[in-house]
Design a protein around this ligand. Structure first.
Ligand code: HEC
Length: 236
């Protein structure tokens, strides 16, 4: 029995320390504010996602009409602004690219982004999408600070421009994009907000429902407590 407890203890300790090391190993992550109640931000993020990400990545857990409802858009608005003409409003966000082709082009299949925000964290995504830099030794010509030797090209290069690493390893501008740094940060923040939403679409409902549940509990307590007192009066 004692050895079992020791074994468990040592097992737990090594899991904990592995996690600490993994955290220490990583680069500094920039913080991003997530606000799932900001519909305008989610709509802007959805637009960027449809235009720049859905060609390679799918979000196969998410349906267009569900998204429209959550983001405060009508089916027609979703169709006009966010969808390819060939897709139907009840479809999930899948893509036509075949896995074998992706493997050939990028050396790796782009992951489904349905739950990436939960798997990797929003600060990671925010940092990742802002730290691509020129690296001529890589097949895409670019590398990434948060994801070393990444197989994804810098798809938002038109907006951000290109960065390069200086002798201290920090990123500096190599060529300007169409957006200022702060406008680009906002575009990425909206996109990450949208990725957080698709990773947990029911969260918006849960938060709204939670208020009613609390109200119900308070009212229930106000009724139940005097009743309890009345019932127990004679027994005490
Ligand atoms: C041209 C194809 C292509 C496009 C467009 C594209 N990606 Fe990727 N993406 C990839 C590939 C390939 C990988 C896998 C990289 C690897 O594993 O080396 C990837 C990986 C990722 C990852 C995973 C990173 C990790 O740590 O696992 C995220 C997040 C991501 N992409 C987000 C996006 C977002 C957001 C967009 C839209 C702005 C986008 N991608 C557009 C090809 C693409």
């Amino acid at each position: 029995m004692r050895t079992l407890i020791y074994a468990l203890f040592i097992g737990l300790m090594s899991v904990a320390s592995a996690q600490v090391m993994a955290a220490a190993d990583g680069i500094h992550l920039d913080k991003v504010e997530i606000d799932l109640s900001d519909k305008a931000s989610l709509q802007r993020g959805a637009k960027t996602f449809m235009n720049y990400c859905l060609s390679c990545h799918q979000a196969s857990y998410m349906r267009y009409n569900r998204m429209g409802k959550d983001l405060g858009m009508t089916d027609q608005q979703v169709k006009d602004n966010l969808m390819l003409a060939s897709d139907k409003i009840g479809d999930t966000m899948t893509i036509a690219m075949r896995a074998q082709d992706a493997q050939k082009w990028f050396g790796v299949v782009p992951p489904d982004l349905s739950v990436i925000a939960r798997a990797k964290g929003t600060d990671y995504l925010y940092t990742y999408l802002r730290t691509f830099y020129l690296d001529p030794t890589k097949p895409m010509g670019t590398n990434n600070l948060a994801f070393k030797d990444v197989g994804m090209p810098h798809v938002l290069w038109e907006q951000q421009g290109y960065k390069q690493r200086n002798e201290h390893g920090q990123l500096e501008t190599a060529s300007k994009g169409s957006l200022s740094t702060s406008d680009y940060n906002n575009v990425v923040a909206d996109l990450v907000n949208f990725l957080a939403y698709i990773a947990e679409p029911t969260k918006i409902e849960r938060v709204a429902l939670g208020k009613w549940v609390l109200l119900y509990l308070i009212i229930f307590f106000l009724i139940a407590y005097p009743m309890k007192k009345a019932f127990w009066r004679d027994i005490h």
